[in-house]
Design a protein around this ligand. Structure first.
Ligand code: BES
Ligand code: MN
Ligand code: ZN
Length: 510
């Protein structure tokens, strides 16, 4: 099922000639006075020769620029690839994020090559980790359904070797191992999103979760439609009832012996969103294969936590259904009872994400976690508000603040959004406890306010600390590839969640 070939990451401290490669990547930055060739294993003479011709070569150092030159006799490489890292201050070194993106962009553009040596300036384990992570993210191609043709799809780079004086140290080994785990988590998310909905539907998505968890200290429980009915998961059932492919709820648990905190994740897993009876226009409906990105994200982030052996216990609830119009589909005006007993008037069957999430949030709340974070491609309004690359983060400050910090550390754009009280009135229903749509302005916020209604309280009466991340924009790239981000499934927010869990585990250690 997951046939994208994983890149092998390694690091060397000296003499890249011992590693014959297809390409040696060297950095170029945009300096205050033009392009600057960054530190590399090139001999001073060669470096000088290249540096003095950058302008005539048309090399500016801008991000995503990649210029190929023939390899030099002094190096064991076929090609020298000059990779842009973007703007730096006079004499300054590129940031970890610039290195991550430059490495990712170069490795992505070098698809079709076998071995790439990355000689970007990486003096310490931190930069080495950033370059390795970028390389892992750039080494992705979804070629599953491309038949072999002469100039057919280029497969991803197989081996990425990071050149760094820090190579060989324990810190460097840890950074490499982490980059491999994180890169693979993101790439698996991308593949789950990219898979056609004829192949990835609730039943097969649940199987994939089981398969991916194999060999890890992780427990997977699957609710089929019968058990969902018996236990009152009315939201997941209502959304799934129009499809010939029945819905599923998957609970994934990682509970290490040493754990100070209990985190629960809930992910939206709509394997295809037609809108249901409130059907979407056909133009771009294909993009709705990405409507399960939230579930894929929380799944792979949890599995990464298990692989890294983080000292924090994590439970992920994946709410899976296919939203289809049919004779058995729910109708606008139907009233459903979601888990926990609240009734919802379904005024628009295309606002289905919040219905399945209501069930998941209620089930998670019952276990009284220390924090509850949900991730969903919830609203088109998120794209209007924040564009295509930035996630919207809403909820309790105690959860949103560390999440936003984690996003910044991971280099993933995310922004805080409010939950204005007055929008709640728009969700009033004359018939049921709440309606599933409100007024049009602030659609992302209204959706979050709806979700908040299903976040429960603990036995002592305190609310479960909660945050909601709307990834409708960043989860799926409908434009061109850039940096380490490919077209289509991006795996956005996986790295934020991993960084968030690492921070929680670190706090517990301190
Ligand atoms: N899955 C969509 C949201 C979406 C739109 C994600 C575009 C990614 C790109 C969601 O189920 C949806 O259809 N939301 C509706 C809600 C509306 C009916 C209140 C929307 O945003 O239009
Ligand atoms: Mn929808
Ligand atoms: Zn949806």
């Amino acid at each position: 099922m997951f046939s994208n070939r994983e890149v092998t990451l390694s690091a060397i401290a000296k003499d890249p000639r011992k590693t014959p490669s297809d390409a040696l990547v060297v950095g170029v930055a945009v300096g205050p006075d033009g392009p600057v060739l960054l530190e590399s294993p090139l001999s001073p003479r060669s470096a000088e020769a290249i540096a003095s011709t950058l302008r005539s070569l048309g090399v500016t150092g801008a991000a995503d620029q990649l210029h190929r030159l023939p390899g030099l006799p002094e190096l064991g490489t076929d090609v020298i690839a000059l990779a842009g890292v973007g703007k730096i201050d006079d004499g300054a070194a590129p940031s970890a994020e610039q290195l991550r993106r430059a490495a990712g962009s170069a490795v992505r553009q070098l698809a079709g090559s076998d071995t790439v040596v990355l000689a970007l300036p990486a003096p310490t384990a931190e930069e080495l980790g950033a370059v390795a992570e970028g390389a892992a993210l750039g080494a992705y191609a979804y070629t599953e359904h491309k038949t072999a043709t002469q100039d057919g799809p280029k497969s991803n780079v197989r081996r990425a070797v990071v050149y760094s004086p820090a190579a060989g140290t324990t810190a460097a080994d840890d950074a490499l191992a982490r980059a491999a785990v994180v890169g693979s988590a993101v790439n698996v998310t991308r593949t789950l999103v990219n898979m056609p909905p004829s192949q990835l539907y609730p039943e097969t998505f649940a199987e994939a979760a089981r398969e991916l968890a194999k060999g890890l200290p992780v427990k997977v429980t699957v609710w089929d439609e019968k058990r969902l009915a018996k236990e009152g998961f009315g939201g997941i059932l209502a959304v799934g009832q129009g499809s010939a492919r029945p819905p599923r709820l998957v609970k994934v648990e990682y509970a290490p012996a040493k754990s100070a905190r209990r985190v629960h994740f809930v992910g939206k897993g709509i394997t295809f969103d037609t809108g249901g009876i409130s059907i979407k226009p056909s133009a771009q409906m294909d993009q709705m294969k990405s409507d399960m990105a939230g579930a894929a994200t929380v799944l792979t982030a949890l599995l990464a936590a298990a692989r890294l052996g983080l000292g924090v216990s994590v439970t992920a609830w994946l709410c899976m259904a296919e939203n289809m119009p049919s004779g058995t589909a729910q109708r606008p005006a139907d009233v459903i009872t979601v888990r926990g007993g609240k009734t919802v008037e379904v005024l628009n069957t295309d606002a289905e994400g919040r219905l399945v999430m209501a069930d998941g949030l209620s089930a998670a709340s019952d276990e009284e976690p220390d924090v509850l974070v949900d991730v969903a491609t919830l609203t088109g309004a998120a794209l209007i508000a924040l564009g295509t690359r930035t996630a919207g983060v809403m909820g309790d400050d105690a959860v949103t603040r560390p999440l936003l910090d984690a996003a910044a550390a991971a280099g993933e754009p995310a922004w805080p959004m409010p939950l204005p009280e007055e929008l709640r009135a728009g969700l009033d229903s004359p018939t049921a406890d709440i309606a599933n749509i409100g007024d049009r302005p602030g659609g992302m916020l209204t959706a979050a306010i709806f979700l908040h209604e299903f976040v429960g309280a603990r036995a002592d009466g305190s609310a479960v600390p909660w945050a909601h991340v709307d990834i409708a924009g960043p989860a799926f790239n409908t434009g061109s590839a850039y940096g380490h981000t490919p077209k289509q499934g991006t795996g956005a927010t996986v790295r934020t969640l991993v960084a968030y869990l690492e921070a929680l585990a670190g706090e517990a250690d301190a």
